[in-house]
Design a protein around this ligand. Structure first.
Ligand SMILES: C[S@@+](CC[C@H](N)C(=O)[O-])C[C@H]1O[C@@H](n2cnc3c(N)ncnc32)[C@H](O)[C@@H]1O
Length: 228
């Protein structure tokens, strides 16, 4: 798939947000992690700064830092205006207000951009996309995916979701996905069937409440583990 940059909303989240969204423990942070669809999150940059191991995989990384930055600034104000217009759909605890959200997203982007070109050369930002990622079986200990799977259920099929989750579980023995909500703030239609399918195949599947909620109702994570 060739990604069109003008269709992308390059909003990313910070390490603190990743920790809350995925309930990451100190032990989790020491694992080798693949962040699928990390986009312009500063998770990788911040983790790298702490000596931790993250590889981020995203089709966005075909673009240069200048292109990603330009795209961010071309959409940020319109998106924050949309958020302001639908303020009741958002929970203003972690982020206190739409202005604070914008400030956070700008800071995250800056942190990401400061690391991106070097990280790309070091193989920490890799161009790739679900449902097929070019790393070997069990190349990582933990696979994370935030704000992509389930969120875009209106645009991506059940088969795509199933293949993508299987791919995450090929890359790592444990996968976590957040949030369990569509863009319309609805329960994702594929969630329950996928849970049942994975459970029937012997995976340990749990839906867990986490300490992060920005989209109203988006405070749950899916954890899937391969049984030992
Ligand atoms: C809303 S952003 C989320 C970024 C980051 N995970 C976060 O929460 O801050 C969604 C990301 O999914 C990426 N994406 C789109 N199609 C993808 C695919 N097939 N596989 C993996 N990532 C994809 C986009 O490029 C974008 O960076």
């Amino acid at each position: 798939m060739v990604m069109k940059l003008e269709k992308v909303v390059p909003f990313g989240r910070s390490l603190a947000e990743y920790k809350s969204m995925f309930a990451l423990s100190e032990a989790d942070l020491d694992k080798t992690i693949v962040g699928v669809g990390d986009g312009p999150a500063s998770f990788n940059a911040e983790m790298f700064g702490m000596g931790k191991s993250v590889v981020s995989v995203d089709p966005l990384y075909v673009f240069s830092s200048d292109e990603i930055e330009k795209q961010f600034y071309s959409v940020v104000d319109a998106i924050i205006a949309q958020v302001e217009a639908s303020s009741d759909d958002w929970v203003w605890t972690y982020h206190e207000s739409p202005e604070h959200l914008k400030e956070n997203r700008v800071n995250v982007l800056r942190r990401f951009l400061s690391d991106y070109e070097t990280g790309k050369r070091e193989g920490r930002y890799v161009v790739g996309e679900l449902p097929s990622i070019d790393f070997g079986k069990r190349a990582f200990q933990l696979a994370l995916c935030s704000h992509f799977l389930f969120l875009y259920s209106d645009h991506l099929s059940y088969d795509f979701h199933r293949a993508s989750v299987r791919e995450m579980l090929r890359l790592a023995p444990e996968a976590r996905i957040f949030p369990l909500l569509t863009l319309m703030l609805q329960p994702p239609p594929y969630l329950q069937p996928l849970i049942e399918e994975l459970a029937s195949e012997g995976f340990e599947v749990t839906v867990e409440k986490v300490d992060y909620e920005l989209q109203r109702g988006g405070n749950e994570m899916l954890r899937i583990r391969t049984r030992a």
